[in-house]
Write a protein that binds this ligand. Structure first.
Ligand code: GLN
Length: 232
């Protein structure tokens, strides 16, 4: 039953550049796994979406203050976030990893970070993880708002390493972004679509129904394969 959402338009916040989940294609259109998923679910459940590419932390703030109806942004389902947001069923497994400049031979693990600066995204699981081990390994965490800026900081030498989600780092490395990963993956929360707590329950239900249908029809797998299957 999708009567609660049919014909409605929902404003959805997302990250700026978090390929392959959301990014701009060569013609400037927002594309990626999250964009394909939310658009396919909207179509199948009969609602419209207006996507706002706000940045990760800004999207979460916008959700908290009901400036947007939902967020899809490679957003990990965590116990802390469950206090303030309601999440859909998980749709993608993720976690955190550390990457350095591809030519850097001096940083091979956390033990080489003493006295150094690393970057992570404001409000992210990567930031929380980096901060959780910063004292133990003696490094400083500089928080930035966008993955693209974080990678630039590492390539320009303003930071020696970046903590980000491993599917995103792997995709960027495969696209020759100039980085390489050097640590084991730290399993984190799976990605979920979020609404503000107690708000838009019908949107959340429609997302779950649509996701289940996309999985059953094979369309979910086709969307993943489109971005992840063959090297470009
Ligand atoms: N998955 C991470 C988190 O939820 C990062 C998300 C992002 O940077 N878009 O914190």
């Amino acid at each position: 039953d999708n009567s609660g959402v049919a014909g409605k338009t929902f404003v959805i916040g997302t990250d700026t550049t978090f390929a392959p989940f959301e990014f701009r294609d060569s013609s400037g259109e927002l594309t990626g796994i999250d964009m394909d998923l939310i658009r396919a679910i909207a179509e199948s459940q009969g609602f419209e979406v207006e996507i706002r590419s706000l940045g990760f932390n800004a999207a979460l703030q916008a959700l908290s203050s009901n400036q947007v109806d939902g967020v899809i942004a490679g957003m990990s389902i965590t116990d802390e976030r469950r206090q303030i947001y309601d999440f859909s069923e998980p749709y993608f497994e993720s976690g955190v990893q550390m990457a350095v400049d591809q030519d850097d031979t001096t940083i091979t693990g956390y033990q080489d970070l003493a006295g150094k600066t690393v970057v992570a995204k404001t409000g992210s699981e990567g930031e929380a993880y980096a901060k959780s081990i910063a004292d133990q390994y003696g490094f400083t965490v500089n928080s930035l708002d966008q993955s693209a800026t974080m990678y630039e900081a590492v390539k320009s030498g303003n930071a020696v390493a970046v903590f980000d989600d491993y599917p995103v780092l792997a995709y960027g490395v495969a696209q020759n972004n100039g980085l390489k990963t050097v640590t084991e993956k730290v399993p984190g929360g799976s990605y979920g679509f979020a609404v503000n707590k107690g708000q838009n329950p019908e949107l959340l239900a429609a997302f779950n129904t649509g996701l289940a249908q996309l999985k059953a029809s094979g369309e979910y797998q086709r969307i993943l394969d489109k971005y992840l299957a063959a090297p470009q």
